[in-house]
Design a protein around this ligand. Sequence first.
Ligand code: TRP
Length: 360
Amino acid sequence: MKIIDPWGSTLPSDYTKIMKDFGLEQFSKNMFPKPNRAMRREVIFAGRDLKIISDCIKNKKPFYALTGIMPSNEQIHLGNKLVVENLRYFQDQGATVYILIADLESMVTRGITLEEAKKRALNFHVPAYIALGLDPKKTFFYFQSENIEVVKLGFEFAQKITLNEFKGLYGVAEPGRIMAAVTQAGDILFPQLKQKIPGIIPVGIDQDPHIRLTRDIVSRFKKYKFFAPSSLYNKFTPSLDGDLKMSKSKPEYAISLPEDLKTVKKKIMRALSGGRDTLEEHRKLGAIIEKDMCFELLKQHLIEDDEELQKIYEEYKSGRMLSGELKQLTYEKMEEFMNNFNQKLEKARKEINTLNFIKF
Ligand code: TRP
């Protein structure tokens, strides 16, 4: 079985296989009321223990949704956007949302000082997450390094994990990564110290080892009566050259948030296209949509309305729309999104003091 390393290198190429290997439930958009864009379009493809969450929603029972931010640099990516949109979705369905700054993790895995992590998080990551659409009134923030409850849980969990198990899950077992992983298990379960309610963790598939570790831990610390965390997985936003995942290692094919519009335009114009080689061929055969990275951006991120997307699909597929036209459209949508994001980011920066940071 393939190991997915949350800190690194190996990447899945076949989502169906991953689902089988890791025992994930297939996601279906009928599971939750009023599914969001990513849910409707199979960008969300799998989960764990989703029924318990859909029951909470149906029966208006309390639950939480949680994620962590690694303040490694002053940019985020489109994958973060998907996670925030899912958090917002659950927030609208009644969840309390927790967002933690993984400053201990970024120290031990990336060498970033706690001071630097704090500065970056307050100046950028936290406002950026608000700008992407969270309701600040229903969102609670904390720093790992300030949350003694999380640190204590992490130490306690470390008692019942073996090195071999860790290697099996992560492929590596470096001391720092072990510290980060037990801390993350502490993060995921922390809200339940106060109130025993189910929680859901929306993540990219690369974070699944953490989810599995946490679920194993829950079964080993029965005294806490924790609910095993549910999880929800989004596909990666592909690199604009068609590779599976946008990544910093190929910056010319990755769009970051924020990013200046001139650069964005260049990247979009360079993106892998599903257009045919000649105009004549294109008009005759139509585009190969599955190959087209701009269409993927529209689908995953930029067009909310299903009918609007469907129309573009038909125009492009039939060859009536040309790839240059699709690129131009994608750029315009991206421009609108970026401008909006920047505006909201500025506003959120000014309001940082009004946010709910948990006090310890
Ligand atoms: N490891 C996560 C990352 O790389 C950050 C993180 C820390 C996290 N604690 C978490 C994510 C709890 C989800 C839930 O980005």
